[in-house]
Design a protein around this ligand. Structure first.
Ligand code: ZN
Length: 526
């Protein structure tokens, strides 16, 4: 009979069982080549072992033939050997071993590991997740817990949506009004008055002021926390649309310079930056210089989505924008947006950054160096054409928008994602995949967790495991262990996916405050 396998998500590319076992005790040594010391520490923090001599050991070795971020993990009778070519690979080997230890039989301070021979490496280099903290703010503790769970699933990019109509969430010394005006809004809630969901949204303090931002020190602390987990943090400053928070603070940024307030509702607004004025570029460049100092990584998200209401003003009413269109030889406002995005891109490129922008803000003029963040579905021909010249991050609204209710996007739907359906025929144009958690309707940590888990496990397997090794039934079985893990951590994961949902209100599009679905779920048993 074959030895049982441990439940590992994402599924390793190759996992063979070995007829052996190795017992880890409090005296088992963890031996590392110098550059893998961090990975070793990740394990010893968990094991709390003392470095005394003993019969066997957990060893970290370097071998440059192992693929980037990959590892081999061998558990035999005489010990454990993890081999990697880089520190990320050593870390992921340690993560897999930790998951195995969590599942192993423990007796009087000893854990018995079953023999294994694993060869593993990621399918995509970009394995991401996004949380929107402009609409609602969750704070450092929630973000760190999300990062811990992302690391356990070998996700490596945290996209942090820190600026939108409803609030600017980074301390700014260059433009302090972005905090004293732009980080505040009148009401705590976002009003979903145009959607039936408003009926199930209850808000406690209608008249209180909602005022939050991260100080630079707090951001640095989170960035360094994430670094230890091999997660890059990618900030998003959404431009030129979704900028009411900036315009409320500095009205000269909008065409015509008319003052507005920080938005308290959900939607698309005509408050967008004026790309016809030189002063707008000066503002954006000063601001991005300040933000890039906090985030040392390659990628920077510049948004670009849903600026269409502002486009009308650019084209019809603003003399500066009209002049700029003429000077740049463009005919449409969408093309003027490309001129704007390209200039921001050139600026950030000079700082060593690669820009990411949402696909609905792109035209044929958009610089091919800007990574396309594909969310809103376009025809496959467009995708196919674009994928020949630029890189993609895939976050289709149909599979990876975790603020969608489980009735619209059950776990299986997320898991069944296949990029060929979207017109991608060339894997090399895909940097990777990312889940999105927009928070117009998610006001508290409990609902945030409900939205993210367990769909994040499905996303992780898509990001890491080759398509041909994916299998929903098998995945669902492996998820059992992680449900226990989430329970032990008091994570409010959704139990809904197991039953046929039978959600009555099909127009319930997003999750509400403590979600309508969550209440429904409470009567379900595992
Ligand atoms: Zn203008």
């Amino acid at each position: 009979m074959k030895a049982p396998k441990y439940s590992i998500i994402p599924k390793p590319q190759r996992y063979d069982t070995v007829d052996a076992s190795f017992t880890v005790t409090s005296e088992t040594q963890v031996l590392c080549v110098p550059e893998f010391v961090e990975a070793g520490k990740f394990l010893t923090d968990y094991l709390k072992t003392k470095a005394n001599a003993s019969d066997g050991a957990i060893k970290f070795n370097k071998d440059s033939s192992v693929p980037n971020e990959g590892y081999t993990l061998r558990i035999y009778g005489d010990g454990v050997v993890i081999t990697a070519s880089d520190s990320a690979g050593a870390f992921y080997g340690a993560v897999t071993l930790k998951i195995m230890l969590m599942q192993s039989k423990k007796e009087s301070g000893k854990a018995t590991l079953l023999g294994a021979d694993i060869y593993d490496y990621p399918r995509f280099s970009y394995r991401g997740g996004m949380i929107d903290e402009s609409r609602h703010f969750f704070g450092a503790e929630t973000i760190k817990q999300t990062l811990d769970n992302m690391a356990l699933l070998k996700l490596n990019k945290f996209h942090w949506h820190l600026s939108d109509d409803q609030g600017y969430r980074i301390e700014s010394e260059v433009y302090p009004l972005l905090n004293s005006v732009g980080s505040k809004r009148k009401y705590e809630h976002l009003n979903g008055k145009n959607l039936p969901l408003s009926k199930i949204c209850k808000h406690e303090s209608e008249e209180s002021e909602y005022f939050h931002y991260y100080t630079k020190d707090e951001i640095r602390e989170i960035v360094s926390y994430a670094k230890r987990l091999h997660i890059d943090i990618i900030p998003e400053i959404d431009l030129p649309g979704h900028t009411s928070c900036m315009i409320a603070a500095y009205p000269e940024l909008i065409c015509g310079g008319e003052a507005c307030e920080v938005v308290t509702e959900n939607g698309i607004f005509k408050n967008v930056l004026c790309p016809g004025k030189e002063s707008t570029y000066k503002f954006v460049e000063n601001l991005l210089s300040e933000v890039t100092e906090l985030f040392p990584y390659e990628y920077f998200h510049i948004g670009g989505d849903e600026a269409q209401l502002g486009h009308k003003v650019w084209k019809n009413d603003c003399p500066d924008c009209k002049r700029s269109m003429e000077e740049n030889g463009v005919k449409t406002a969408a093309e003027l947006q490309s001129v704007f995005m390209n200039r921001i891109n050139a600026f950030l490129k000079s700082k060593g950054k690669t820009c990411i922008a949402w696909n609905d803000g792109m035209t044929d003029l958009t610089d091919s160096g800007i990574v396309c963040h594909y969310w809103i579905l376009r025809n496959p021909l467009w995708v196919n054409k674009e994928s020949k010249k630029r890189k993609f991050i895939l976050s289709p609204v149909t599979n990876f928008y975790f603020d969608m209710s489980y009735s619209h996007m059950p776990l299986k739907k997320t898991y069944k994602f296949n990029e060929s359906k979207f017109g991608i025929t060339n894997d090399s144009s895909v940097l990777g995949v990312e889940f999105e958690t927009w928070t117009e309707w998610i006001t508290d940590r409990e609902t945030l967790e409900f939205s993210i888990y367990p769909r994040m496990f499905a996303l992780a397997e898509i990001a890491w495991t080759k398509e041909k090794y994916k299998n929903f039934k098998d995945f669902y079985k492996r998820l059992d262990f992680f449900k226990l893990y989430m329970k032990s951590k008091n994570i409010n994961y959704s139990r809904l996916e197991k039953k046929k949902l039978g959600i009555k209100n099909v127009s319930c599009y997003h999750l509400g405050v403590k979600g309508n679905e969550y209440k429904y779920n409470e009567t379900l048993k595992d």
